[in-house]
Design a protein. Structure first.
Length: 205
């Protein structure tokens, strides 16, 4: 069914969740606002969004060294209090994020951090591929949009499927942790180094 912009705005005002999350919740719940609110709460998104504005000045630097000693990662994970930073769940999350970065090699945290030049280059490649397949230009544009979404899932840490459970993204894991610990939690800078590479992959908030 069609979800109107006004429905999305009302749900966003009530939950504090992002526009795309609200739209997805309404679509999943056939436009039923109460069910959509429950859906967002179950996913931890509503709670996470409401806490996102609070200062996260504590945390830890998580790290991971692969068993062969040739790949290493450090990642900044922030929260509001030292008490949460020292908790087992928070420490485990930081370790899992470091392992994710080691295995999946994201280049940035989220889609809005993908370098403009790289995004333009990928779009051009995808469009040329679609045109070479004989697709009309209007169809090619839709194909490009779909392939860019897939590209984001490959290179953006928050959108990557979790290596231990591909039904969840790193954003899902983050939302769940916020819901459990009750604090604003953020992934900040990270760096991945592989032996023999000329440069390391860095990302900032």
């Amino acid at each position: 069914m069609s979800i109107s912009a006004s429905q999305v705005k009302i749900l966003r005002d009530k939950t504090g969740a992002g526009m795309m999350d609200c739209k997805k919740a309404l679509a999943e719940c056939a436009g039923d606002e109460e069910k959509a609110i429950a859906w967002l709460r179950e996913k931890g998104i509503a709670k996470a969004a409401k806490r996102a504005g609070r200062a996260a000045t504590e945390g830890i630097i998580g790290s991971y060294i692969h068993s062969n000693g040739k790949i290493g990662v450090i990642v900044e994970v922030k929260c509001e209090t030292d008490f949460v930073a020292r908790s087992e769940k928070f420490q485990e999350f930081a370790k899992n994020v470091a392992m994710q970065i080691a295995a999946a090699a994201p280049i940035c945290l989220s889609a809005d951090q993908v370098p403009g030049e790289l995004l333009a280059k990928e779009k051009e490649i995808f469009k040329n591929q679609a045109m070479a397949e004989g697709k009309p230009e209007n169809i090619a544009e839709k194909i490009v949009e779909g392939r860019i979404k897939k590209f984001y899932k490959e290179v953006c840490l928050l959108e990557q499927p979790f290596i231990k459970d591909d039904k969840l993204t790193i954003q899902d894991l983050l939302n769940e942790l916020v819901a459990v610990l009750g604090e604003n939690i953020q992934i900040g800078r990270f760096s991945r180094m592989a032996l023999g590479e000329d440069q390391q992959d860095d990302a900032a908030e």
